[in-house]
Design a binder for this molecule. Sequence first.
Ligand code: IMP
Ligand code: MG
Length: 177
Amino acid sequence: MSWSKRVGRVLISEEQIQEKVRELGARLAQDYQGRDLLLVGVLKGAIMFMVDLARAIELPLSIDFMAISSYGQSTESSGVVRIIKDLDESIEGKHVLVVEDIVDTGLTLKYILENLLARGPASLRVCALLNKRKARKAEVKIDYVGFEIPDAFVIGYGLDWGELYRNLPHIAVLSDI
Ligand code: IMP
Ligand code: MG
């Protein structure tokens, strides 16, 4: 796909993503059977994954979103994290699953988890589509991982570079030319 010179090689195809989403959805449906499940999507990166994953979990569930400050145009984490949009509902007593696009340094997720834990959920777990383990600065436990990826900047399927390329159906590497 050549929308732009910035869209580099395909790292994970649309088919691979959709197959993984089905697999995760089936696992989650088993693990959360009979429980009050709330999916918390982290805007904006997790939107594509969130809507596909929610439809792959055959259980009654709720969804909510929160937005966290990101790095703007830069491709590196500043470590500065701030809630821009909070959840609409209380999570007290609910089984919360945080849905993330990617865990890179882990700083964002660490902040989110500490913040949510203080609100008294019945349980708190994380499902991330992508894991860049090499880039980790803060230790965080990811309960459900889609794909382990190398330490490269990726775009597509929700992930952006300067707000662009979220609408690619696959995950590609950001090209530096
Ligand atoms: P962390 O705090 O460094 O773990 O970064 C978390 C957030 O940074 C993710 O939720 C993404 O929104 C963004 N991010 C990290 N790596 C990438 C990437 O390779 N492409 C696009 N966004 C990224
Ligand atoms: Mg994100």
